[in-house]
Write a protein that binds this ligand. Structure first.
Ligand code: 5GP
Length: 306
């Protein structure tokens, strides 16, 4: 059984809960001051110290595209968006100037919109160009993927032409484990291995479909087709009462976005498949959504409006 990876993080007590009971345990630890934002994707990296402007804060986790720092209040974290882009399980890497700034702003835009229609998520407020304040959660070790059209791994797996409309939105789960390449897992595995209960899964699917409806509508309104996307879900605790909320990020890094008229790709596939400038693609998404002023479409360093 692929047991959830534990981290060797020296600065925080990390816990990957396998059940609600263990989650409650984690919450009690959190109440006692332990930090419990967890992620099965790879080891925690040591903090840089000298000359690193972020070194004044305690780094809890560094992933491929983001860093998590301890937040100013208990139960909060600061999420920093890096310019790093990776694909194919980090076999392909690059630094894309401005990507972190764009994703910070776009994730804020989507999470705020979701909160406005009652979809709970971790976003509290944007702090600056690259950072946002978020709620600390216990990440469920699953990538929750929603697909409206065949693309990517589904198209490959089933021999379907990319862009084929699906009969209905399909929700699938991958187990978050870089070493295993985030394998697709059936619900049976999720429940049997205790990553989530049946009730959790029902709630996660309902959340994912609400995110899909919102995102599809917003993107359609600016001439973009939402082909598929990935979200992550976290648990938060109010005493013994557990709730599931949308966490991590929602950005063109984690969605497939195609221009409705031309089919042009405006997402991370531009990087994965060497289709041009990723910054231009993300800037175009941000411009259409009104997140950027119209005159900075091709600016190498996006100027953000507040
Ligand atoms: P696929 O399974 O076709 O590769 O990906 C489906 C959708 O989930 C795509 O929108 C893709 O960008 C997103 N996705 C899948 N795995 C990851 C991941 O590890 N990181 C991010 N950011 N997005 C992912």
């Amino acid at each position: 059984m692929p047991a959830p990876a534990t981290s060797g993080n020296p600065v925080s007590a990390t816990i990957l809960p396998q059940s609600a009971a263990q989650g409650a345990h984690a919450a009690r630890l959190a109440g006692a001051g332990a930090l419990h934002y967890t992620d099965a994707r790879g080891p925690l990296l040591p903090c840089k110290s000298k000359g690193d402007p972020m070194a004044r804060r305690k780094k809890l986790y560094e992933g491929k595209a983001k860093i998590l720092y301890e937040g100013p209040e208990p139960g909060t974290l600061v999420q920093y968006f890096k310019d790093d882009a990776t694909a194919f399980n980090a076999e392909k890497r690059a630094t894309i100037e401005g990507k972190g700034v764009l994703n910070n702003r776009l994730s804020e835009f989507f999470m705020t919109g979701l909160a406005n229609i009652g979809v709970p998520n971790h976003f509290i407020k944007r702090l600056n160009m690259r950072e946002q304040l978020i709620r600390q959660v216990e990440i469920i070790p699953l990538e929750v993927i929603v697909r409206n059209f065949a693309a990517g791994s589904m198209a490959k797996r089933l021999g379907m032409e990319e862009g084929t409309p699906l009969p209905r939105p399909i929700v699938e789960f991958s187990y978050k484990d870089d070493a295993l390449g985030d394998p697709l897992v059936p619900e049976e595995y999720v429940i049997a291995f205790g990553w989530a209960t049946q009730q959790d899964l029902d709630d996660i699917v309902a959340l994912a479909l609400r995110v899909n409806d919102f995102m599809s509508g917003v993107m359609f309104g600016v001439g973009i087709k939402l082909v598929d996307f990935k979200i992550e879900i976290g648990r938060i605790w109010d005493n013994d009462y557990m709730r599931l909320i949308v966490a991590d990020e929602i950005s063109p890094d984690s969605c497939r976005l195609w221009d409705i008229e031309t089919g042009q790709k405006l997402d991370k596939d531009v990087f994965r498949r060497d289709l041009g400038s990723l910054t231009d693609a993300y800037t175009e998404v941000a411009r259409r959504l009104g997140v950027l002023p119209t005159n900075v479409t091709h600016a190498p360093k996006p100027t953000l409006i507040n």
